[in-house]
Design a protein around this ligand. Structure first.
Ligand SMILES: C[S@@+](CC[C@H](N)C(=O)[O-])C[C@H]1O[C@@H](n2cnc3c(N)ncnc32)[C@H](O)[C@@H]1O
Length: 209
């Protein structure tokens, strides 16, 4: 069982300098997808290699995972994938990084750390303030995808996002994945484990209106 990293630790107050989109990607005009809490990035490698007409950006708080993922991007000469180390909340709240939020077409927050104890809820990635910041800065039409196997966490995330009236739920059956960041529905590492373990998966898609 891995030890969860406390995102509120002062270790994460210092944010690495984030390059411009044209420094991150060979074609900075392509649609951009952001995966928050991407772990080793395997999901994003699958996506970037399959769907070369999109750019993929992963943010992860465990530094070693990001270092390894960055090395792999260089070794494989992948031009539509970039990783950032740090606390996603701090990074995306920083005014210098507003260009990321303004340019993304979709965000996935898949199987985020649940932080079961009530006094630890403040460590969860999805917070009301974070959702308000997204609703103020995202372009209309931007999609947010959430998935988890923890029902309480799902209810918390769904309630937090839905209580912001700039986000509307999209019914999964009305959603056409073929045009999305994940046209053939690659699965994250956690999702593969959850499927093998026959646990339930709770998911929702929201659109900024
Ligand atoms: C349970 S894992 C799920 C990983 C992956 N999304 C998946 O579905 O397999 C959650 C990941 O989010 C990362 N994480 C947690 N809080 C974060 C934060 N505030 N910013 C960036 N990454 C975070 C953790 O280090 C961990 O790698």
């Amino acid at each position: 069982m891995r030890q969860h990293v406390n995102p509120l630790s002062s270790n994460f107050n210092q944010i690495e300098r984030i390059p411009s989109l044209s420094q991150m990607f060979s074609n900075s005009e392509s649609n951009l997808h952001l995966d928050i809490g991407c772990a080793s990035g395997e999901f994003l490698f699958d996506l970037a290699l399959f769907n070369t007409s999109w750019n993929y950006l992963g943010i992860e708080i465990r530094e070693k995972l990001v270092k390894n993922a960055k090395l792999k991007v260089i070794e494989r000469e992948i031009k539509n994938l970039y990783f950032i180390f740090g606390n996603a909340n701090n990074i995306l709240n920083d005014v210098r990084n507003k260009f990321i939020i303004k340019n993304i077409k979709s965000i996935s927050i898949y199987f985020p750390d649940p932080w079961f104890k009530k006094r630890h809820y403040k460590r969860r990635v999805i917070q009301q303030g974070f959702i308000n910041m997204l609703s103020n800065s995202l372009q209309k039409g931007t999609l947010i995808f959430i998935k988890t196997d923890v029902k309480d966490l799902f209810d918390y995330m769904d309630c937090t996002i839905s209580s912001n009236f700039h986000f509307k739920k999209i019914d999964k059956k009305d959603f056409n994945y073929s045009e999305s960041f994940n046209p053939i529905k690659f699965k994250t590492d956690r999702e593969k484990y959850v499927i093998v373990s026959q646990l339930d998966i709770y998911e929702k898609i929201y659109i900024k209106i």
